[in-house]
Design a protein around this ligand. Sequence first.
Ligand code: C2E
Ligand code: CA
Ligand code: CA
Ligand code: CA
Length: 271
Amino acid sequence: QAPLAVILALLLSAVAWIATAGRMSFTREIALGIERREFELYCQPQLDTRTGQCCGVEILLRWNNPRLGRISPDVFIPVAERENFIAPLTRYVLSETVRQIGYFPPNPQFHISINVASSHFLHGVLLRDVSQYWFAARPQQQLVLEITERDDLQGVDYPLVRELHRKGVRLAIDDFGTGNSALSWLEQLHPDILKIDKSFTNAIGTDAVNSTVTDIIIALGQRLNIELIAEGVETPQQAHYLRRHGVPVLQGYLYAKPMPLAEFPRWLAGG
Ligand code: C2E
Ligand code: CA
Ligand code: CA
Ligand code: CA
């Protein structure tokens, strides 16, 4: 009967409305969170096993929301990306990193890696933000932008990428090997660094197929003269294997978990 169809349609649109409202309010929560400075920057050291020194850090966001509690970046980053709200978060990370730059060694060999969504590479926005927040402050350290291979490359502004390169910013491809466009990315982005995804690091010594992929990624990086960083290193066996196969820079719980920036100097000093 007609009334039943009408009721159904009404119900469906109500469900859709609630779903949209839920997403909207989560985006609003993120906006409020930025305003109220609920986001905290953590950093995870990267070790150069050739020298035994920490050669840089990756900045990782943490969100402690007073109403919802601690929210993982694996939850809020995808929402922010879907709702076109990632740029404000990246700006927050850039400006907070610069504000707290004093925690890091003022050394041009020391790099600071920031995660950037590929959607932020559009239309010069990223260049403006990097100029405004990073170049303007003239930090001594090297800036690395990590872009995830799972992202869509459509619409990436290549002249912008070249301009960032020209200005000395280095580009890393994150989670390398987990997307489906690995080879075209190499050709188009001319990355400086490939980050071997932790799923491949975990496979070392346990999973024949994935350890073969690890070996192939290493060979690829070496042949193309691209620096390699392995993430998710948890065991001495993995570290040993990676070093022996020519991956010098390692990141993972074996060395340090992500920590608040203020704790980094003490960690670096060995305490
Ligand atoms: P990612 O960029 O691949 O970061 C590495 C993740 O692996 C981090 O999770 C880190 O804490 C975790 N990790 C590091 N070492 C180990 C290890 O040895 N074992 C294991 N099991 N995990 C390890 P986290 O901090 O929860 O971040 C998750 C993801 O959220 C990141 O993955 C990144 O894609 C995204 N993310 C975090 N912060 C930001 C940010 O500021 N901007 C953007 N766009 N994305 C971010
Ligand atoms: Ca990353
Ligand atoms: Ca990664
Ligand atoms: Ca990841």
